[in-house]
Each structure stands twice: as structure tokens, then as C-alpha cells.
Write a protein that binds this ligand. Structure first.
Ligand SMILES: [Fe+2]
Length: 482
């Protein structure tokens, strides 16, 4: 009941929102109008309207919007047509989160971490066989499952019920390592998400006939599933907007109004680099305020960075406009050498302090993606997981997850010239236009935005060099800059 009261409170909030907004904007008699827009339509708009497609099947999945947890839709021109919704309590996002909490993860951050853990379990084991029986894939493209095994819909604890723990074992003991059985439960939940999503995209293909698919919603950040869809060949093209989670509904709301309601012309989203950028003067001001040695290196910054990466140094890389969305896409990134088998542990020990089981992502030139990985579909927003080709698993060991997979970001000349140039320079030294790419932040802090943020993180973490535009910054006493 508490959850339902929560929903009612939410509706009361919506009712009170215009008054609150008038206060925020100091506007007693505003000239603007308020529009209430459905959460999942905003997700759908955030994926379809900026996509390169004139028409596309659309799938949005999350924990919950108002009532809907999933939307199957069809977009054409300036219009999104709803085809099917799945409503609370049947929520793929809430299910996945409930299992992640059962396995000892925290609310919100659990699902992303459990996706990495799932690779250690058996996706076909007994937990999967048992879990599969709880789910029903419906002919209309939707799904439901046996709510007696869950409790998130009636308690504030977003979890599982006694019936679930009777069948799948007790919740993980705090501080203990995951047992093999618990790893199989994580793999089972991941496998279920893949089954349900594949069921929905197959249905979408059948009813829309489209060759294009757009996806959004928090569950669309499940890059393992997205990789499976890409490789299935069901759709010729897939667009997943970089801010696929709830932050993306802000653009979705604006685009829904702009196109579907005001009928204005659509515009392709060509880049995720929509944030602020800083010139060298701003960067130098931040560096000098911190008293760090630096050198404006011009093109030599690329050679320096590639050489240091070869030397297994950890490089903080700050270029141009900041990326929009949860992933660092090469403008606010920490980079490292993928060929060193110890690099994952080094990065974790020195900088990231993440759980050892979580993999790091790869950044690769678009034209070489299919050389090293088992699929070449471009993936500029790091939202697909591919397999490392057998012959490169030993050669790129710190990228290859335990099950042979890796989350990929592809880079082309148009999207990110500095990163492409760095990858090509690294290739000249190493033979591989591939690097480890992880977000430029330190534990517990958001991704850096300004040069001041970058200098702060650089000073407070054990990184070797910071590259701000073409300025090389070293730690005090490093001596390399002369
Ligand atoms: Fe959402």
C-alpha cells in the first residue's frame, strides 16, 4: 500500500507543480503554458525525434513512469503512436533492481553493477530455469510475472518476498563474497531481461515492419541486452539516445512539445557533446591556481599521451565540450593501456576503487571495431556490449570481461577528431587503435565538468598526467616537463 500511496503523492505533486514552477520562475502571470507529458512518451520522444529515422519501432523500459513501466510504440515523422504499455507492478526495471538488492547491491546503482556480476554466473543454471517459470510472455508483446515472489510493489523496500528467498536462497550476507549460486541468480535475472526484451522487439518488428529501432528508459542502459539486439539482425539500424535514463526525459519532453504538439521540423542529434567547453586560458587559470607544472604542447600532446599510455601510465583526458548522459565518451575520460593484463587492477587500486568484478569499457576507431570485436555496428554512445574476438582476448586482456565480452564505444572522425587522432597515434606505437575508457571522476563524485573540477580530481587521485585540450599537466615534482 505504501507504494500506491507514493504514487498518489506523486499525482498530488503534479497537481501542485504549476504553482511551484510559478514561484521558481517568479512569474505570477506567466506567458508560458504548462503541459503534463507522459513519462514514457518523453522517453520515446527522447529516442525517436533525435534519431536519423523517418520512421521506427520504439521501445522504452524503466522502473516505472506514472503507471507504465514499458511502452511499445511506432514513430513516424512528427508523431509517436502508442501501441502497447505494460503497467506497474509488472516492471522489468523494478524486477532487476529487486534481484540486485537481494544480491547485496544498493538502490539505483545496483542494476548496473549486477549486469557486470552476471557474467560470472551460469545463465542457463537452475535459478534461470526456475525464474523463467515466473514470467509470462504475452501474445500482445507485453509480459507479466508472478508478483507473489516480489515485495517492491507494497513495501518501501524495493525487494523480493519470502517466496522468492525460499526458492532462490536467502539474501546475500553483508560483507561475504558471492556464492556460485548467487552468481547464477544474477546471471538468471540478466537472462530473463534479455528474454523479455527480445520478445518485445520481435513483436515490435512484427507489428511495425520497421527496419529501425529506437530505445530509451533506464533498462535501455543494459548494454549487454542491447548488444544482443544489435547482433540479432532483427533491425537494420538501432538508435539509443546517450542519455537513455531519466535525465533524457528532459530533452524528450521538449522534443515531444516541439514536434508532436507544435509540429516543428525534426533535427538529427549528431553528437552527445552538448555540454560546456573551456579554452586554454580557462584551463591555465585552473592549473596555475593549483600550482601544477604544465606545458602547452600543441600536437605533441598526442605523441606524449600515446607514449605514456604505452608506459602503462594513467591519463586523465579532458577535451572540448562535455558529454551528455551517464557515460564518459572521450571528452571527460580516464584512459589506460588495454594490453597490460594488470591494468584493470591498477586502475581500480590507484584511481577508481570499484568492485574488482566490474569490467572497464573499450574505446575504438569505428572502422576497426569489427577487427577486434564480433560486431561492427557503430556504437558512439557506449550502449552495446560485444564479444572480444578469440584471437584478441589475450592481446587486450584488461578489456576482456570474464565471459569474453566488452562494452564498446566507437569513434569516427566527425564525432570526435581529438580522440580519433589519439587512438591512431596509440596504434602507431602499439598496433591497436583501442584504449580503456572510464569516466573521469573519483569515487563518490560526478564526472568532472570544468577545468577546476579536472584539476581537483587529478590532484586527489593517483593519476599520472592530465591533458586539458593540448596542455600537458603533471604532478608536482614529476620533472618530466622540464
Ligand atoms: Fe524513466
Amino acid at each position: 500500500m505504501e507504494e500506491n500511496l507514493g504514487m498518489l503523492n506523486y499525482l498530488f505533486d503534479m497537481y501542485k507543480l504549476p504553482k511551484k514552477l510559478k514561484e521558481v520562475f517568479h512569474a505570477k502571470h506567466p506567458k508560458f503554458k504548462f503541459h503534463f507529458l507522459e513519462h514514457h512518451l518523453c522517453h520515446a520522444a527522447s529516442a525517436f525525434f533525435p534519431s536519423p529515422f523517418e520512421e521506427a519501432a520504439i521501445l522504452t523500459i524503466d522502473g516505472a513512469g506514472e503507471w507504465a513501466t514499458t511502452l511499445l510504440a511506432y514513430g513516424k515523422g512528427n508523431n509517436i503512436q502508442k501501441l502497447q504499455t505494460v503497467n506497474t507492478p509488472y516492471s522489468l526495471g523494478a524486477f532487476y533492481q529487486a534481484v540486485s538488492i537481494h544480491l547485496g547491491f544498493k538502490l539505483i546503482e545496483g542494476p548496473g553493477k549486477m549486469m557486470g556480476l552476471a557474467s560470472y554466473g551460469n545463465p542457463e543454471g537452475k535459478p534461470y530455469q526456475d525464474m523463467k517459470k515466473l514470467f509470462r510472455l504475452k501474445d500482445n508483446g507485453g509480459f507479466d510475472f508472478d508478483m507473489r515472489y516480489f515485495s517492491y510493489h507494497y513495501t518501501r523496500k524495493s525487494g523480493v518476498s519470502k517466496k522468492f528467498t525460499d526458492l532462490f536462497g536467502p539474501s546475500k550476507t553483508k560483507g561475504a563474497d558471492w556464492t556460485d549460486h548467487e552468481l547464477d541468480v544474477a546471471a538468471a535475472a540478466q537472462h530473463i531481461v534479455e528474454d523479455v526484451i527480445m520478445h518485445m522487439v520481435k513483436h515490435l518488428k512484427k507489428v511495425t515492419g520497421s527496419n529501425n529501432l529506437c530505445m530509451a528508459g533506464g533498462v535501455a542502459l543494459n548494454s549487454v541486452t542491447n548488444g544482443i539486439i544489435a547482433k540479432s539482425g532483427l533491425f537494420k539500424d538501432i538508435f539509443i539516445q546517450p542519455a537513455a535514463g531519466d535525465s533524457g526525459t528532459t530533452i524528450g519532453a521538449a522534443l515531444l512539445l516541439n514536434h508532436q504538439i507544435l509540429n516543428r521540423e525534426r533535427k538529427l542529434m549528431e553528437t552527445a557533446f552538448l555540454g560546456p567547453s573551456y579554452d586554454n586560458a580557462a584551463c591555465i587559470k585552473a592549473i596555475e591556481a593549483a600550482g601544477l607544472p604544465y606545458k602547452v604542447a600543441g600536437d605533441a600532446a598526442y605523441d606524449f599521451t600515446a607514449e605514456q599510455l604505452m608506459n602503462n601510465k594513467i591519463i586523465a583526458w579532458f577535451q572540448g565540450r562535455m558529454e551528455f548522459g551517464p557515460r564518459a565518451l572521450g571528452n571527460r575520460s580516464i584512459l589506460a593501456n588495454p594490453m597490460n593484463p594488470d591494468m584493470k587492477d591498477i586502475l581500480n587500486r590507484r584511481v577508481k576503487f570499484r568492485e574488482g568484478f566490474r569490467p572497464f569499457a573499450a574505446i575504438v576507431t569505428e572502422e576497426n571495431c569489427g577487427t577486434y570485436f564480433d560486431h561492427d555496428y557503430p556504437n558512439p554512445y557506449m550502449l552495446l556490449v560485444y564479444n572480444v574476438r578469440e584471437e584478441y582476448k589475450q592481446k587486450l586482456p584488461s578489456l576482456t570481461h570474464v565471459d569474453g565480452t566488452v562494452r564498446i564505444q566507437t569513434v569516427n572522425e566527425k564525432e570526435n577528431p581529438p580522440m580519433r587522432k589519439l587512438l591512431k597515434t596509440f596504434e602507431q606505437l602499439s598496433g591497436y587503435p583501442v584504449l580503456i575508457n572510464t569516466s573521469f571522476n573519483i569515487k563518490g563524485e560526478p564526472i568532472v565538468c570544468t577545468p577546476e573540477d579536472a584539476v581537483h580530481s587529478f590532484i586527489n587521485a593517483d593519476m599520472d598526467y592530465l591533458i586539458l585540450n593540448d596542455i600537458i599537466v603533471a604532478k608536482q615534482g614529476d620533472g618530466i616537463l622540464g
